[in-house]
Design a protein around this ligand. Structure first.
Ligand code: ZN
Length: 241
């Protein structure tokens, strides 16, 4: 099986469209979505409808839950909260109901995959997984070979050897027979690793590769300005931070 794995679209239809076109060229059997369809970006409805049409798995992220009232908004920084409030007002009924059906986790035992937005440990608490220590704690919270996640908007592959040693990779790797992996697939609509291009992962039985895709950033920024979204959120798209 070849899966394209995407996350953190955040209402950015320009980035999502460019990524889906790139995925078509590379021929995936399915597209798996790891959450945060909305929040930050100017076109939440278009993104929810496109994801629903294109993805065989749809997970919920913290912005999705906050936008439809399933998670509290007080934990978000003021810019993120302003964007969530704007999104809540912009979402149409069909999209609110679709987001309510997105699940927190998804397991594919036959393929050795565990999917979640934030972390296998307490998925509904939206922890961040940055360090190898975080990874060590989380490797104990799923039994499959590979965990796919998003949330931090920073693509990274963490590899755990049977000895307990760990290593990190950025571009991609071939899976070892006895190793296990936590793979952050990065963000489609708001990358934060210093590269403003959209990011996603292509996953095959024998390994994974992270891909970057250019999209029309000024077009998204113009729509964000027209919608009155906070300026720092508009500006950060150009820097990928
Ligand atoms: Zn996100």
């Amino acid at each position: 099986m070849r899966h394209a794995v995407i996350s953190d679209v955040h209402g950015n239809i320009e980035a999502l469209t460019a990524v889906l076109a790139d995925i078509k060229k590379r021929k995936a059997d399915s597209v798996l979505f790891l959450g945060d369809a909305v929040g930050y970006g100017p076109e939440p409805n278009e993104c929810v409808r496109t994801l629903k049409a294109e993805c065989s798995v749809l997970l919920a992220g913290n912005h999705d839950w906050a936008a439809i009232g399933l998670a509290e908004r007080k934990h978000f920084n003021p810019y993120a909260r302003a964007a969530i409030e704007w999104t809540a007002g912009a979402l149409r009924a069909d999209c609110i109901s679709a987001l309510g059906d997105f699940s927190l986790t998804h397991q594919r035992p036959e393929e050795g995959l565990f999917l979640v937005h934030a972390t296998p440990k307490e998925p509904e608490r939206w922890h961040y997984l940055f360090s190898l220590w975080d990874a060590e704690v989380n490797f104990k919270c799923f039994s499959e070979k590979v965990c796919l996640l998003g949330h931090s908007h920073q693509p990274l592959i963490m590899e755990r050897f049977p000895s307990g040693d760990m290593a990190t990779e950025r571009g991609g790797l071939t899976f070892g027979k006895t190793e296990r992996y936590i793979i952050n697939v990065g963000s489609v609509g708001q990358p934060r690793d210093g590269d403003p291009r959209a990011c996603y992962a292509m996953l095959a039985d024998d390994g994974v590769r992270l891909h970057r895709v250019t999209y029309d950033i000024p077009k998204t920024q113009k729509k964000m300005g027209d919608a009155g979204l906070p300026h720092p959120l508009i500006e950060r798209l150009s820097r990928g931070l």
